[in-house]
Ligand binder design. Structure first.
Ligand code: ATP
Ligand code: MG
Length: 320
């Protein structure tokens, strides 16, 4: 592994949440927020909180929503030098309300926000030139033209011996053939660590069973596949150690948004720090559990010390 920071690329948003369960936003209602958000932002904040060097290529507006996010990331130790401030565009936002069955209604402003103007600036090139690892978030594929930026970042880091992780976050509209699917395949060809959740494993591999999907992905040269299973925990697959399962920690699920990002960031950062897969996996499951236990997408990030305490309090250790 290179020694440079872990760098990710993509949307920074604020999230504003309904405080009541119900259907959508068709009537006035109580809301809470803004909370710092955006899958890549949550991921990179968790990398820094776990103790990893971290930076993000992103864009915000010249407004309070942008400042809230940038100052939060900076305070948590993320390199914010490659976050551009776009004049005349608002910071991205997402209004979210949970339905009784756990599904969510969203009102998004991302593609037409400052996040939609994420480009390869001089500051972005400078950060990427120092990076030891690139984490690619599939959610960022919604930003027009982001594919070229991601491929340049991946090529740059790999040319220096660095590594690449990929959370496909495959949305239904991207799962079919087309530009989004091509980018998924381009990324799978250069990924060292794949972090799918649920059916994304099958969609990414175009296979019908978990075993066949894992076999195909490892066959592409992906070193590690780590499957997120929500409240059922997670599994690690590799040629070296076969399959390693890790049960979830028992917690109350208050807000599931961000669990997968905190999980992936903690797994990756543990591995980059030299932990073996089973140990990084335990930390990652603890980070996911802590994330769902807190309201707000980025409010459930955890330091390594806090995770040590959480794991000990649960009476768990590696292999248990
Ligand atoms: P996101 O909803 O952020 O996209 P994801 O679907 O990528 O998340 P999940 O599988 O939902 O990822 O969550 C990641 C990890 O967090 C799980 O593998 C598990 O370890 C932990 N986790 C998620 N939900 C719960 C829960 N209800 N209880 C305990 N741990 C959980
Ligand atoms: Mg989930």
């Amino acid at each position: 592994e290179g020694l440079g920071p872990t760098v990710t690329v993509g949307e920074i948003l604020v999230e504003i949440m309904a405080t009541t369960v119900g259907a959508g936003f068709l009537a006035p209602q109580p809301l809470v927020g803004p909370f710092a958000s955006g899958a890549p932002a949550i991921f990179i904040d968790q990398v820094a909180r776990f103790g990893g060097a971290a930076g993000i290529v992103a864009a915000v507006g010249a407004d309070d929503f942008g400042t809230l996010n940038v100052e939060r990331l900076r305070a948590d130790g993320v390199d914010v030098s490659a976050i551009a401030v776009i004049p005349g565009k608002p910071t991205g936002s997402a209004f979210v309300r949970y339905r009784a069955d756990g599904s969510r209604d969203f009102v998004y402003n991302i593609a037409h926000s400052a996040a939609g103007d994420t480009t390869m600036t001089n500051a972005a090139r400078a950060l990427i030139a120092r990076a030891g690892h690139v984490h690619v978030m599939g959610s960022a594929f919604a930003i027009r033209g982001i594919g070229d930026l991601l491929l340049e970042a991946v090529a740059s880091v790999r040319a220096r011996g660095g590594s690449v992780s990929f959370d496909p976050n495959i949305r239904k509209e991207l799962a079919q053939d087309g530009e989004g699917r091509k980018l998924v395949d381009d990324m799978l060809a250069v990924t060292d660590l794949l972090l799918p959740s649920g059916d994304e494993l099958l969609v990414a591999a175009r296979e019908a069973t978990e075993e066949a999907a894992v076999e195909r992905l490892l066959g592409l040269g992906i070193g590690e596949v780590v499957l997120k299973r929500g409240s059922a925990g997670s599994s690690h697959f590799s040629r070296d150690s076969g399959r390693i399962d890790c049960p979830a920690f028992a917690v109350e699920e208050i807000d599931p948004t961000g669990a997968g990002d905190c999980f992936g960031a903690t797994y990756l950062t543990g591995r980059r720090a030299g932990l073996p897969p089973a140990h990084a996996l335990l930390y990652a499951n603890a980070a996911g559990a802590c994330a769902v236990n807190r309201q707000g997408p980025m409010e459930g990030v955890s330091s390594r010390q806090a995770l040590d305490q959480f794991i000990a309090a649960a009476g768990r250790e590696v292999g248990a």
